[in-house]
Structure formats: structure tokens, C-alpha cells
Design a protein around this ligand. Structure first.
Ligand code: 0X9
Ligand code: ZN
Length: 603
């Protein structure tokens, strides 16, 4: 900054120099500060009404005649959130309100813009009582914030001011909603969450990495702002002290989210499915391999004309990778769903089962259309040996169960023949990300890939389910370069994550593997994208965000699965908007052949 500096002495709390809502809280900090004079003016909040001898201005955002003075404002003229002597005491609010009166009955909506905090506020600030179209506004707002996130991944919170901000009353938005009840009323609190009111003019933050389960030892590309929100570390009791003293010494803030993992494991709910009783499959508990297989068999018996059993391949211990195909007729394009490639990610399996159940039982129009318009190939557990081992022996098991000397297991999401062992993979059989002795060395990935090849050109959408981290990942894991149809896939994905957030406000970050989580190659989605040329390929990292990690409490199975189902339906909807998944070429082709035949007969 090259302007002259002034030593500014604030003689008592006289003016709104500070941007904090409570003058007292910031008063001390303002004393005898060297402040750029331009900034003093720059941070002005109020109008210019002279009030007391030493104070100027009323906060126009709090002066409207709607629940005036109820909350969030101050009666002290010296404060930056001073609300004035009465509602509409100020000419600005009074005259604008008069103007709005003239057009009010015709208003379809009102959008108010201010900074900052990245929130979309919906009326009313004073009450937790939802207004008449509160639920619609939450839905509209959260979906719209999915669209807002498309370009730069900017995340907004949506809710009433009381729920997501400071509950300040007397706003233009609340007044207009109260007075004329236009359907859509919203206040944007724009960027950002770091600079506050002095947002740089050229701020153009690239997608931000959540940095979920990686240690920040990678080179930071200067053009990308990487923010590792947290790193989740699992430590044995023996290492606890050493780890804690290291974190303290290096001034790294940490919280112990699960003090005793074993206790949580012991409390985890696993129920039994009663064969031939579809109602005994519920969404508030996890199930063992044999129960899931029995349930799949029962679906085949219950829906014989729609559901057929399929076998994706075999495991190292000789089990079948069982799945089902849901099909309402021939000639359809396909959606391929794969879960449980990592044994301990139980929520992945529960989610895939829930999606299956929805496709078969939900009569809502969009779900029906999704079920009927596509063939669904669904494999809830692609690593059955590992899943059984995680139930019976080691809850935190990830890999398959191949014996290698005195070690066990290959990471099946590092064993696919695409950039095998290039990044984020280990050649040490003891490691959790051991990639195996070669690409497709493992029967699970090899046989499943062969199965997929058989239907490869039919697949329009491929979904892989993992946990955890609230992420929607897209290929590839070896580069942050936006290759293939990255921009379309991001656009579709981020909008669908807006739909995911509607129900419970859960925020997912969308990005390619390398930019949103870490470099990792040899995974299923990269192979599917590169070798089968599937147009849209995604990998979900489901709930949660590190609090329980892989041990997601059973009470969260249903909410997690509902929000994910919402997003799957929206993925298809958005995909169609962007020209994907929009028809069955087989049907189109046969239609064209018929047309050609008819015309050859006529002419
Ligand atoms: O590391 C993984 O395989 C996945 N994360 S997890 O914590 N569930 O293990 C990320 C998968 C990203 N996809 C590919 N690397 N293809
Ligand atoms: Zn995983």
C-alpha cells in the first residue's frame, strides 16, 4: 500500500471504524493503531446521519420496520450496528420502502446483496418458526448454491439468519417478505471467509482441496490454494504420547475425535437379515456378507421379471462377487454401481443396498424414471473376503485377503491396470495401499474388469462408493490436469452436490482425485474412464468428515443414504441437461433402421 499512513487515536468509542458487530469487542484493538486513512472510510458500515455529538450513522440493514430492534442490533449510536431511533427513522430505508410499496404486489422475488461470509439467508431472522415456504426456499437455495459452486467451488451455507448467521432483524429482506410475501426472498452474503469486507478485486480462488486423509507433504502449486481442513490420523495406544508431543511441539492443533476405537467397534450395530423376509432389511444397522447375499437372492425371487442375479467375478478365497441387474426391458444404456472395494468402508455397502432398494420400491416419478430408463448393474460388495474379515477379525481391514509371505492383502483400488503403481501406491505388502505384484494381479479386480468389458459400451454412468470425507471424486488420480470431459463432469457433479445438501445441509466437495484428496493411481474409476470410455464416472467418499471416520454410527446410515440417493437422481438429471444419458442409442438406431427401410420401400 503506498498511501500515507496516519497515526489514528480513537478518542472513545465514537465511530464505526471496526467491522465487528459488537463495538466493545473491537474497541480496545482500535486504540493507537496505525491505520491507513483510506481504510477507515473503506470500512464504513452505516449511513451518515449525525446522531450524538461524537457519533455518526445508522445501520441501514437493521432499520427496516420488521421486528426492528428484536435482535442483532445496538441502541448505542456509537456502535456500527446502531439501529436508529425507531423503525424507518432513516430517509434511505423510508424512501426505498415507499418505492417497494409501489411495486410490492407484483414482486416475484427480492434479492439483497452484501458481504461477507458466503451465506444465503432466507427469512425470517427473528424466528425459528419456518415461514410458509421455508422448505421450498431451503431446497431452492441449496440447489442454487450447488450451481454457484460449479466454477470455483465456493461453498455457501443456506438458512435463516438465526440458524446460520447472527439473527439480525430489521432487514430489507424480512420487511419485504413480511409486507408482500413474494415467493423468493434471499440475502446473499457474498465472498469471502478470509478477507472480509476488503475482498481483493481480482480474487479468483481455484478449487480448494479438502485434504482429507493425506499428510501435506506434496508440493503446493502456487496457482492453487490448497487448504487441508484436517488430516485424519489413526494411532495405536503405544504411539499416542509420541504423536501428541510431536503435534504440540510443532504447534499443530488437534482434537481426539475417538479416544477408544475399540469401544466404538464393540458398540457398532450389526443385525441379522431373515431370509425370505424383505422387510427385515432395515437402514439403521449394518449387515454381514451372508445377509446381503441372502437379501440379493430374495430380490431376485420377489421381482423375477425385473431383477436377475449377476456374478462379477471371484475372490482370492474363491467366493463369488455377487450382484444384481435391474432391467425393465432391452436396449437400455446402463448405470454401473460398485461398493465395498475397501472392506472397512461399511457405509459404502449399506448405501449401495439402499440405492438398490429405492430403485425397486420408490414410486416417486424421478426415481421410477431412473429405474426404468436404465439397466442397473449393482455390486454392493466387490471385496467379499475383506468384508467378511472386517466383521470377524479386524474391523479396520481395507484390502483383499491374498496371502503374501507372512503378510496379507492387496489394495483392490490400487490394482487396476491404469497407471499401476505410479502414485499413492505401495510395493510393500504390509502397506494398506499395497498395489500387488502387477496390474490386475488380483482375481477380484481382474474378473470384475472382464465382466465390465462385456458391457462397457452400454455404461453411461459409473458410480463407485467409498468412505469417508464428503467428496465426489472424478478421474484421474495421477494428475490435476483437467482432462477428458473434466469440466462437464465437474459441472454436473457440483450441481448434484447442491441437491445432496438439500436434505441435511451436508456439504460435499467435488474435484478430481489428485486435486481433491491425493495422488492415487490404479483405482477402478480411472480404469473405467480410460479403458471403457464411460462418459461419466464418479467416486463418492461418503459420510462422515472425520469424526467417526470408517466407523460411521448406524443412526447415520439412513440420512447418509437418503441424501446420496437425492444426488444420484440429480446426477442423472444434470447429466441429461448437459447432453449425457439422454437416450438409448440402440433404440435410436433401430428407429433409424425402420425409417430407412420404410423410405426404401416407398421410393
Ligand atoms: O484411496 C482410495 O482408494 C480412496 N480413498 S479411501 O479412503 N476410500 O481409501 C480414493 C479413491 C480415489 N479413486 C482412485 N484412486 N481411483
Ligand atoms: Zn475406499
Amino acid at each position: 500500500m503506498n498511501s500515507r499512513k496516519h497515526k489514528l487515536t480513537v478518542a472513545g468509542p465514537r465511530s464505526s471504524l471496526c467491522c465487528g458487530k459488537n463495538r466493545q469487542a473491537t474497541h480496545g484493538a482500535c486504540h493507537s493503531l496505525i491505520v491507513d486513512q483510506r481504510e477507515v472510510v473503506r470500512l464504513w458500515m452505516k449511513n451518515r446521519r449525525p446522531t450524538r455529538e461524537s457519533a455518526i450513522g445508522v445501520d441501514l440493514a437493521k432499520n427496516w420496520n420488521s421486528q426492528w430492534s428484536v435482535s442483532g442490533g445496538s441502541f448505542n449510536p456509537e456502535d456500527s450496528n446502531y439501529i436508529g431511533v425507531g423503525p424507518f427513522s432513516e430517509p434511505e430505508t423510508r424512501s426505498v420502502s415507499r418505492y417497494i410499496e409501489t411495486i410490492g404486489p407484483n414482486l416475484a422475488g427480492l434479492l439483497s446483496f452484501r458481504a461477507f461470509g458466503q451465506r444465503l439467508l432466507i427469512p425470517f431472522a427473528h424466528s425459528s418458526e419456518p415461514m410458509y415456504n421455508y422448505n421450498d426456499m431451503i431446497t431452492i437455495g441449496r440447489r442454487a448454491m450447488g450451481s454457484l459452486a460449479v466454477k470455483y467451488n465456493t461453498q455457501y451455507l443456506v438458512g435463516t439468519s438465526r440458524d446460520v448467521h447472527d439473527g439480525s432483524t430489521g432487514t430489507i429482506a424480512d420487511w419485504t417478505k413480511h409486507r408482500f410475501n413474494p415467493p423468493v426472498v434471499a440475502t446473499y452474503q457474498l465472498r469471502d471467509t478470509i478477507w472480509g469486507y476488503t475482498l481483493p478485486v481480482n480474487q479468483n480462488v481455484k478449487p480448494i482441496s479438502k485434504g482429507v486423509k493425506f499428510c501435506a507433504n506434496k508440493t503446493v502449486d502456487e496457482t492453487v490454494l490448497y487448504l487441508a481442513e484436517y488430516v485424519s490420523v489413526l494411532s495405536s495406544p503405544q504411539d499416542k504420547n509420541q504423536l501428541e508431543s510431536f503435534l504440540n511441539k510443532t504447534d499443530i492443533k488437534f482434537v481426539i475425535t475417538i479416544p477408544n476405537i475399540q469401544e466404538l467397534i464393540d458398540r457398532e450395530k450389526v443385525a441379522t437379515y431373515t431370509r425370505s423376509d424383505l422387510r427385515s432389511m432395515t437402514w439403521n444397522t449394518y449387515y454381514k456378507m451372508e445377509d446381503i447375499n441372502a437379501w440379493l437372492d430374495d430380490l431376485v425371487s420377489r421381482y423375477p421379471s425385473i431383477v436377475t442375479p449377476i456374478v462379477g467375478g471371484t475372490t482370492i478365497e474363491g467366493r463369488e462377487i455377487k450382484g444384481i441387474k435391474i432391467s425393465h426391458g432391452s436396449g437400455r444404456k446402463a448405470v454401473f454401481v460398485e461398493g465395498g472395494i475397501h472392506a472397512r468402508e461399511w457405509i459404502s455397502i449399506a448405501t449401495v443396498c439402499y440405492i438398490t432398494n429405492e430403485l425397486l420400491t420408490n414410486n416417486d416419478a424421478e426415481t421410477r424414471a431412473a429405474a426404468v430408463d436404465f439397466d442397473w448393474y449393482i455390486f454392493p460388495v466387490t471385496n467379499p473376503d475383506g468384508y467378511i474379515f472386517s466383521h470377524e477379525v479386524n474391523r479396520m481391514w481395507r484390502k483383499n485377503r491374498r496371502p503374501i509371505g507372512n503378510q496379507f492383502g492387496v489394495d483392490l483400488n490400487r490394482n487396476w491396470n491404469n497407471n499401476w503403481l505410479v502414485a499413492g501406491s505401495s510395493s510393500n505388502p504390509a502397506a494398506d495401499n499395497y498395489a500387488g505384484i502387477g496390474p490386475f494381479s488380483e482375481p477380484e479386480s481382474r474378473t470384475l474388469s472382464t465382466y465390465m468389458r462385456g458391457i462397457g459400451d452400454k455404461i453411461d454412468l459409473y458410480l463407485s462408493f467409498h468412505s469417508f470425507g464428503h467428496l465426489l471424486l472424478l478421474p484421474f488420480g495421477n494428475t490435476t490436469q483437467p482432462i477428458a470431459n473434466y469440466h462437464d463432469a465437474m459441472n454436473i457433479g457440483r450441481r448434484a452436490m447442491g441437491a445432496l445438501s438439500v436434505r441435511y445441509g451436508t456439504k460435499y466437495v467435488t474435484g478430481n482425485i489428485a486435486e481433491a484428496i491425493y495422488l492415487a493411481t490404479g483405482g477402478s474409476i480411472d480404469w473405467v474412464k480410460e479403458h471403457l470410455n464411460v462418459p461419466l464416472v464418479y467416486c463418492y467418499e461418503l459420510r462422515d468428515n472425520g469424526t467417526h471416520g470408517f466407523l460411521l454410527p448406524a443412526e447415520q446410515i439412513l440420512p447418509n443414504s437418503q441424501e446420496v440417493m437425492d444426488s444420484v437422481i440429480d446426477l442423472i438429471h444434470q447429466a441429461k441437461r448437459f447432453g449425457y444419458m439422454s437416450g438409448a442409442p440402440d433404440l435410436k438406431a433401430s428407429f433409424l433402421i425402420v425409417v430407412a427401410l420404410i423410405s426404401s420401400l416407398i421410393f
